[in-house]
Ligand binder design. Sequence first.
Ligand SMILES: [Zn+2]
Length: 336
Amino acid sequence: MKKMLSFTLSILLVLSCAIIPASAEGFDSFGAYEHVFIIGVDGLGASFDKIDSPNFDRIFADNAYRYDAHTETLTVSAQNWGSILTGESFDVHGFTNDWCKDNERDSGYGHNTIFYYARKAFPDAELVSFNNWSPINHGIIENDINVRKINRGTDPLVVDAILQYIEKGNAPKLMFVQLDSVDHAAHTYGGYSDRYYNAAKKADIFLGDIYDAIEAAGFMKDSLFILVADHGENENGHGGTSKDESSAVLAVAGHSVNKTVLNESVQNRDVSAIALYALGIDKPEQFISSVPGELFGDSREKTVDANPMPDTEKAFRKFLYFFVRMVNLLVGLFDK
Ligand SMILES: [Zn+2]
């Protein structure tokens, strides 16, 4: 009798130790961020794996990244930016470059973007999108949800506008940026040209400039900072299914982000799920993107420090240990 009771109690103790830390220490980053910044570089692909990218390294080497996340199977800009912003596959949302140039849209017709869900969750929040290639602001992002849309014709002008915007004290809940000169270089000189790689190096400098401005403004303590590409390039540009065209960098930095190389199954459209998750917004039913399981976690000291076990769970664990010890004591007494 005593043996059986002790055995049962031991099992209970083991279970309580196994289950409680899983929920208390297995850090849950849902809603752990006040701001999400998404820097999109058109045509960047996996090129940072081939060139020196010191700004990428200093921002993401201690966080989570993958050089060759999967793109949509159609490696065209609107199809991929559409998926990155809507969490749907390209053949479902249906955005094409031409459609986005020629059409604008309001919300309520389906295929809503993460801006739509951010607006629903935060009615008064500042939401902003900076484009060099304006069809994203024009055709993909809804017109009736009060997103500040800023278009500039070159990457340096886009970056200038961002730096001024941050310096002025704006605090966006969600910011999206699209830089275009890397893709432009591939179209003009080919995706394996020196001009292309030089443009990618310049994009790394822009990335550092934007990150430093956000950091200097004090945002990084509670912001998620994401870099993503829509597609890569080969010697003819893009649009096909080659490995270089269908690889795109995806990198994430933030206080609860694990230092890890993301799983090989990760997709550039996962940015949509990651952004909403970080802001504490439930994933819409139609999203086929997801938060990589290894992205957020408790394997980093900074994560554990930032997220101590809640007092109620500490008390519960103490109570369980006390309870089991008392029962064991009583069993021992009666057995004598
Ligand atoms: Zn292009």
